[in-house]
Design a protein around this ligand. Structure first.
Ligand SMILES: Cc1ncc(C[n+]2csc(CCOP(=O)(O)OP(=O)(O)O)c2C)c(N)n1
Ligand SMILES: [Mg+2]
Length: 694
């Protein structure tokens, strides 16, 4: 049915209400059917989502990856039915991982009928890589809003680099919806503070001020003045007193779009479970189905057929089509024409945009990467990293990043001409200053990455803990986010146990899909970067040393290109028939090499395996893995200045692990190495002990 056929019998306001109630009832029915999920918030926020999508957002459902689309983030991810309804009713199209349109809807009514069931696109929470039209995975409260700050920084960065007079290639806005939970989580505060500092006037958060969380009314734990807090950050704070008033919502969103120099925060007073006679304004509306009888009563309240399930009344699809459909298609059409002309005028810039969208790298992206000569004094991992970062950021125009206030220690500063600082008045800078906000940094890196830039964030390895939830999400989302963590072990000895990572490698290695690399010398650092830059759908963590590590003589030992296989034979017994294997990563590799030389001199056939990455090694064919760690050689010693947790998988139950079983201590590194057994003699002795027991 066309819009023209529907319109005469109903006013536009009727149709608005019909669409809003469709979102509500789809959500109610889906949760009821699944016997699991959150009906109340979609019931309260349906008018908001309707207004953003159908009246305001510049988004073409026919092409959900159009680069200049407005982005919508549902930070209160438990209200996922809002998003599934919006994607379904707008007939947003599916796109695959290779950015090809599949000619099918992203979310079908069948998916909604199977809400929260295996293989349904309507999953429990919005999942980025799984459903087209989901801009970021949400569920852990606070992550969505923090990620939206990264997206907003990215928009400004892209505009600064690619917009030209007469060619507004990037001028999109970011809308994030959040609830009390997001407001309480610290990450939101970190991100909000930075967003205002950077004057992100392309960013609008709408706060669902419904006074309800799981345990009841927010008065039990959350009584601060949120408006004053955001005014303090420097946001433009607006209030809409009635979540059902779509005109007021639309007006507030208009004020947002006209506001320059600061982000906008809209406090929306709403009622969770709106329209449910016994559940409205109660915590029960948050997390459980309404129940059959209450569903009926609620539908009666909405003037909805009481027994209808998953009903999309005539005129609803058409009304969305006439709203977001027409507006989005026209906007994309105009942009596409603009881009054709832009391509003619600025072919190189246009080519960059196209490569970036496909997550490709420019040709010669790895030119001028260093080859470090052998040097027994060597170089710290962080110093080698700093040199490599400066090459990569020049070769890859959209590579950028920074540190959480530890740039001088992380050696992450990009120092070449034109790199610049990213600030409110210089949004195209390549050096970000996240401030001491590791958690928001992780989410912002993800937001930049979702916007197709190649970003990195840095801090001490110990503080990866402060960013871990965002790192985990980068892995779930399959984003090529890069985390550069220095001071990877006890290298900052005197700082003591609060600053010495122990369990961090094990903990990050346990995250599925995350590549964790701990390079052994300057050339391994180069190869580690070469590997991670080629990842299109995986995040990576680099754990780098603070202290100098000898640069190994690659004429004598194997090439560092073995890093690309996760582990490789660095030094071997004559003839390649070892009786004992020493496995190490990072700073302990040179230690293992020293022990190896001693053992060789004593006639013991040892092999050294440098193992910068478990994750990459585990991806290699069995044949390769067996060639590096021959199954018949049971005498094995692993050395790593980190928790011993998990090393059995490489040394076997009879092997020996020299690692950390306690926290470290405050003392000069040399003394710590002695105290905790990280000395060549100890490694050699462990190898001999292994052989004796054989
Ligand atoms: C980091 C995090 N902690 C806890 C939860 C579990 N959780 C899901 S929803 C929720 C309550 C959220 O309240 P609010 O944001 O006000 O949402 P509303 O009930 O109003 O929809 C909690 C605690 C979570 N998803 N993420
Ligand atoms: Mg709430």
């Amino acid at each position: 049915m066309s819009t023209a056929q529907v319109a005469p019998s109903r006013t536009s306001a009727d149709l608005d209400q019909l669409c809003i109630n469709t979102i509500r009832t789809l959500s109610i029915d889906a949760v009821q059917q699944a016997k699991s999920g959150h009906p109340g918030t979609p019931m309260g926020l349906a008018p908001l989502v309707y207004t953003i999508w159908n009246r305001v957002m510049r988004f073409d459902p026919q092409d959900p990856i159009w680069p200049n689309r407005d982005r919508f983030v549902l930070s209160n991810g438990h209200a996922s039915m809002l998003l599934w309804s919006a994607l379904h009713l707008t007939k947003t199209q599916a796109v695959n991982a290779e950015y090809e349109k599949l000619g099918e809807p992203s979310v079908t009514l069948e998916d909604i009928r199977h809400f929260r069931q295996l293989n349904s696109k309507a999953a429990g929470h919005p999942e980025y890589h799984w459903v087209s039209g989901v801009e970021t995975t949400t569920g852990p409260l606070g992550q969505g809003v923090a990620t939206s700050v990264g997206m907003a920084i990215a928009q400004k960065w892209l505009a600064a680099h690619y917009n030209k007079p007469g060619f507004e290639i990037f001028d999109y806005n970011l809308y994030a919806v959040c609830g009390d939970g997001c407001m309480m989580e610290g990450i939101a505060s970190e991100a909000a503070s930075l967003a205002a500092h950077l004057g992100l006037d392309n960013l609008c958060w709408v706060y669902d001020n419904n006074h309800i969380t799981i345990e009841g009314n927010t008065r039990i734990a959350f009584t601060e003045d949120v408006a004053t807090r955001f005014l303090g950050y420097g946001w433009n704070v607006l209030r809409v007193g009635d979540a059902n008033d779509t005109d007021r919502i639309e007006h507030a969103l208009e004020v947002f779009r006209k506001t320059k120099g600061r982000p906008t925060f809209i406090i929306l007073d709403s009622h969770i479970g709106y329209g449910s006679p016994h559940r409205q304004d109660t915590a029960d509306a948050h997390g459980e189905p309404l129940g059959e009888e209450e569903v009926r009563l609620t539908k009666r309240n909405y003037g909805w057929p009481e027994d209808a399930k998953f009903l999309v009344p005539d005129g609803v699809y058409e009304h969305f089509d006439a709203g977001i459909g027409v507006r989005g298609a026209a906007a994309r059409q105009r942009w596409t024409e603009r881009f054709v002309a832009y391509k003619a005028a600025y072919p190189e810039l246009a080519a960059q945009i196209e490569q970036m969208q496909r997550r490709e790298l420019p040709t010669d992206w790895d030119r001028n990467l260093h080859v470090f000569p052998a040097d027994s004094k060597g170089m710290a991992g962080r110093d080698a990293s700093g040199k490599v970062l400066n090459v990569l950021a020049q070769n890859i125009p959209w590579f950028l990043g920074g540190s959480a206030d530890l740039g001088p220690s992380n050696k992450t500063r990009l120092t070449f001409d034109g790199a610049g600082d990213l600030q409110a008045d210089t949004p195209g800078g390549k050096n970000l200053h996240y401030g001491i906000r590791e958690h928001a940094m992780g989410a912002i890196v993800n937001g930049l990455s979702l916007s197709k830039l190649r970003p990195f964030g840095a801090t001490f390895f110990i503080f990866s803990d402060y960013a871990r939830p965002a790192i985990r999400l980068s892995a779930i989302m399959e984003l090529p986010s890069l985390f550069v963590f220095t001071h990877d072990a006890m290298g900052d000895g005197e700082d003591g146990p609060t600053h010495q990572p122990v369990e961090h490698l094990a903990s990050l290695r346990a995250i599925p899909g995350l590549v964790t690399l701990r390079p052994a010398d300057a050339n391994e650092v180069v190869e580690a970067y070469r590997y991670v830059m080629q990842l299109r759908h995986k995040p990576a963590v680099l754990a780098l040393s603070r202290q100098p590590l000898p640069t190994l003589d690659r004429n004598k030992y194997a090439s560092a290109s073995g890093v690309a296989r996760g582990a490789y034979v660095l030094a071997d017994a004559p003839g390649g028939n070892p009786e004992v294997i020493l496995i190490a990563s990072g700073s302990e590799v040179s230690l293992a090499v020293e022990a190896h030389e001693t053992l060789l001199a004593e006639g013991i056939r040892s092999r050294v395996v440098s193992m910068p990455s478990w994750d990459i090694f585990d991806l290699q064919p069995q044949e390769y893995r067996d060639s590096v760690l021959p199954p018949k050689v049971k005498a094995r010693v692993a050395v790593e200045q980190a928790s011993t947790f998990g090393w059995e998988r490489y040394v076997g139950t009879s092997g020996h692990v020299i690692g950390m079983k306690t926290f470290g201590a405050s003392a000069p590194l040399k003394e710590l190495q002695r105290k905790f057994g990280f000395e060549p003699d100890g490694v050699a002795a462990a190898a001999k002990e292994q052989l004796r027991r054989k």
